[in-house]
Each structure stands twice: as structure tokens, then as C-alpha cells.
Design a protein around this ligand. Structure first.
Ligand code: ADP
Ligand code: MG
Length: 338
């Protein structure tokens, strides 16, 4: 056996990149999450050839101050948490400090950023190594371009699917981000052509209209309810607009898109017998809860969460959805059991 040695940081970044950067859409997700965490109000995403030749995310957020720009590309470097106590009250989308070093380690990355009261600056990274820092015209926020993705790992590059498939994944990410953040305006361009735009007026129904079309949006009912632990808010389509897959059910917890079988089940139970067998509703539900009730640190993708008070949340959602349809006289009003 050889002696045990610590990996150098660049190699560690490349290994971590395997988890963080699966495909161009994962880069879009990470960069957009950073833009949201920087309080952007307009986020513009450009992708060329399914994001394989270019992913670019521009925001009008806080920018990164001069002294922090290189630190941002170091592993486990984050401005979002400081102590282990912070882990149990996470309000930001990021906190692992892995995205920028991981993405930079498998691509050519250019970042131009301007923080309040500072000049603009461009940093160029190639395969994780800083090549250049140069002054740039000040422009509020941050603009990151990622090119030559996986050019040093041909096996990974080959693993990517067609341009159409990769572009589809990017669209999915942006749709979810827009549904999660109706207060932010999103614009998505693919090969220079506008693919999607959300108004950013704070109304979920208006995002639904842009994602699913005006006819579906016209068949939506909005709901809102709150108890001591949870606030739920959303739009649900009438049962006759049900679709063949579960992918039209969007669950957002504290501004984060998550996969939650428990919430999905509760929604379906709320629709009761109104859905034909094998059909699922078009719905987007925002759940706001105290961050201490939710553990997002389950997997690097942060798609899975663990909840305390699961049964309570489940019952609350089910009852609210059921009420929606009984008010619409689709389900006969039932007497509450004592
Ligand atoms: P994390 O988001 O988990 O903190 P990242 O590697 O994604 O880790 O980003 C590292 C740090 O760089 C962030 O904590 C943040 O301070 C800064 N940063 C990254 N992207 C942006 C952005 N678009 N605007 C402002 N700051 C950013
Ligand atoms: Mg991040």
C-alpha cells in the first residue's frame, strides 16, 4: 500500500464536480440559485447548444466585493453560513460553498462582477486555475459564462444527451425557479432565441400562465392558508385538467424546489376521487415553514428534504385542497368529524 496523502484542492474540486455538475442544467441551477441568494430581481439565462457550448447567467444582485472574488472559487467557501447552528436555520438556497469551484474545475469560466461602490472586474478561470483578473465596466450584479464544459473529461462530455434533451433540462430548471420565485423576472434564451420569460410581478398565477399557457391558467384556483407552523399558498388546476405524469406537481419549500413524496401524496388525497386513475393535477404549492423544521442538507443537489411535523403538514395540505374543491362544489361538503 502507498502512504495516505491529502488530495490537493484542485483534484478535490474535480471529484466534487462529479456530484454538483452532472449536465449543463445543473450549472444553470447553481448559478441561478446564487443569483437569487444575491437578491437579484432580474435574471437572464443564455444557453447555446443545450448549454454544452455556453451557459451564461446574468443577475442584477449584490455582486461580489473585490477581496472575496477569489475566495468564492475556493472549496467550502461561502458567505451564507458560518457556524453549525446556521445549518438549522438556512434561508438561502446555497450554503455548501461547492458550486463555483466545482464548475470552474471542469470548464472555462468567466465572471464579471460589480459590488456597490466598486469598479467592475472580470476573472477568468481555466480548469479551476485563475488565469487573469482585469478591470471591467461597472454593471450592477454578476455575469458568469461557462464554456468548454467537460473538455478535459471526454467520457463525461460523451455522456450528455442531445442538444434538445439538454435544452429541455435547462427549461425545466428555469420553469421551476420562476415558479419558486414569482417576484423575480426570468428570461431564458437558447441559441439566441427567447424561450421563456416570467413577468416578475410577484404573482404565482402569472408565472403559471407563462409556464403552462393561458387556457390552463384560466382553469386554476388560488389557495392560501396558515396555521401555527405552516403557511401554504398556491395555484391548483381544476381536476379535468389533470395530466398523465406527476411532473406537473411543483412543490416549493421556503423558496426551494423540492421533491416531496409526502406533499405529493397529501395533494392527491386532497383531490380525493376527482382525478381519473393514473392522472395527476397541475399544481404549484409554496410551503413556508420555520427553517428549523426542515433539513435540506440531505444530498448535494438539495432536492430532498427531511421534515419534522410531517403528519401535521400532510393533514393541513390535504384539508386545504379538499376545501378548495368542496367550495367549488366539486366535492360535497362533508361534516368535520369530531
Ligand atoms: P454557496 O452558494 O453554497 O455559498 P457557491 O460556490 O455557489 O457557494 O458560491 C460561493 C460564494 O460566492 C457565495 O457564498 C456568494 O457569496 C458568492 N456568489 C456566488 N455567485 C454570486 C452571485 N451571482 N452574486 C453574488 N455573490 C455570489
Ligand atoms: Mg451556490
Amino acid at each position: 500500500m502507498k502512504r495516505i496523502r491529502k488530495l490537493d484542492s484542485l483534484l478535490a474540486d474535480k471529484i466534487a464536480a462529479g456530484e454538483v455538475v452532472e449536465r449543463p442544467a445543473s450549472i444553470v441551477k447553481e448559478l441561478v440559485e446564487n443569483a437569487i441568494d444575491a437578491f437579484a430581481s432580474v435574471i437572464r439565462v443564455e444557453a447555446d447548444e443545450g448549454g454544452i457550448s455556453l451557459v451564461r447567467v446574468m443577475d442584477d444582485g449584490l455582486g461580489i466585493v473585490r477581496e472575496d472574488r477569489e475566495t468564492a472559487f475556493e472549496r467550502h467557501a461561502t458567505s451564507k453560513i458560518q457556524s453549525d447552528r446556521d445549518l438549522f436555520r438556512i434561508r438561502s438556497l446555497g450554503f455548501r460553498g461547492e458550486a463555483l469551484p466545482s464548475i470552474a474545475s471542469v470548464s472555462e469560466l468567466q465572471m464579471t462582477t460589480t459590488a456597490a461602490g466598486e469598479d467592475g472586474e472580470t476573472l477568468l478561470y481555466r480548469d479551476g486555475i485563475l488565469m487573469e483578473r482585469k478591470p471591467a465596466a461597472p454593471r450592477r450584479g454578476t455575469d458568469i459564462s461557462v464554456q468548454k464544459l467537460f473538455h478535459r473529461t471526454p467520457a463525461r462530455l460523451k455522456h450528455l444527451k442531445s442538444v434538445l434533451t439538454e435544452a429541455g433540462h435547462i427549461s425545466d430548471v428555469i420553469n421551476r425557479m420562476a415558479l419558486a420565485h414569482p417576484e423575480i423576472r426570468f428570461d431564458l434564451y437558447h441559441n439566441g432565441k427567447k424561450q421563456f420569460s416570467s413577468p416578475g410581478d410577484g404573482r404565482l398565477l402569472n408565472v403559471m400562465r407563462h409556464v403552462y399557457g393561458p387556457r390552463t391558467a384560466a382553469a386554476m384556483k388560488e389557495f392560501h392558508a396558515q396555521n401555527a407552523d405552516f403557511e401554504i399558498r398556491g395555484c391548483a388546476a381544476l381536476p379535468e385538467h389533470a395530466r398523465a405524469g406527476r411532473s406537473y406537481m411543483t412543490v416549493i419549500m421556503n423558496g426551494r424546489f423540492v421533491k416531496s413524496p409526502i406533499v405529493t401524496r397529501a395533494i392527491l388525497d386532497g383531490y380525493q376521487s376527482l382525478l381519473p386513475i393514473g392522472r395527476y393535477p397541475i399544481i404549484c404549492i409554496h410551503i413556508t415553514l420555520n427553517p428549523s423544521l426542515i433539513d435540506v442538507n440531505v444530498h448535494p443537489s438539495k432536492l430532498e428534504v427531511r421534515l419534522s411535523k410531517e403528519p401535521e403538514l400532510s393533514t393541513f395540505i390535504k384539508e386545504e385542497i379538499r376545501k378548495l374543491w368542496s367550495e367549488a362544489r366539486l366535492i360535497p361538503e362533508m361534516k368535520q368529524k369530531p
